[in-house]
Design a protein around this ligand. Sequence first.
Ligand code: AMP
Length: 214
Amino acid sequence: MKIIMLGAPGAGKGTQAKMIADKYGVPHISTGDIFRANIKNGTELGMEAKKYMDQGLLVPDELTVKILLDRVANDDCKNGYVLDGFPRTIPQAEVLDNALNELGDKIDFAINVDVPDENIINRMSGRRACLSCGATYHIEHIPPKAEGICDRCGKELILRDDDKPETVKNRLGVYHEQTQPLIDFYEKKGVLKSVDGTIPMEDVFQAIVNILGE
Ligand code: AMP
């Protein structure tokens, strides 16, 4: 099962993607996580990506597409995957589509987690992330057991630079301009399913399970 998560930054698609990956036993692939891991390890790719990420801009397609295609070529992707944060532009979607076509394959579902802009800025300023293990929290909705400390690995939680309010505004602008057109793109392919992302996280997940099947 090959699934794409669509939605504005902060819509909760990462949380849902992880839950889908757990339930259906497919890898959760987040291009944002791959970039952050590269930044943490000080790789050349990481240094290049950081220049864009810190401003709320998209990393250029050439860089992003290559890391994604390399990742989905791994053995663990044979039975499918859930993509979180890719594609984010029409050219990225086309490259993925062509790569899958060549294999006689296709995306099964593009799930749009729909949340109005008004809710987004509020949500993102409450997000906290663990740079060590990648776990994510929200100070109101998914608080860690001890404030500021990761439940999973005990390291300090931070507000990512790209979740700061001024960066979030840029990211929303970029989303509307470059990523939202993907909703039409996948609608035309007949694989788009939208879920209301404003309801509690467990209910969003149930709506997704209803779409994907038990
Ligand atoms: P995310 O964790 O998915 O919100 O991604 C964080 C940041 O990484 C984004 O704001 C972009 O700067 C960059 N990024 C992640 N995925 C992509 C992508 N598919 N195309 C371009 N930039 C991306």
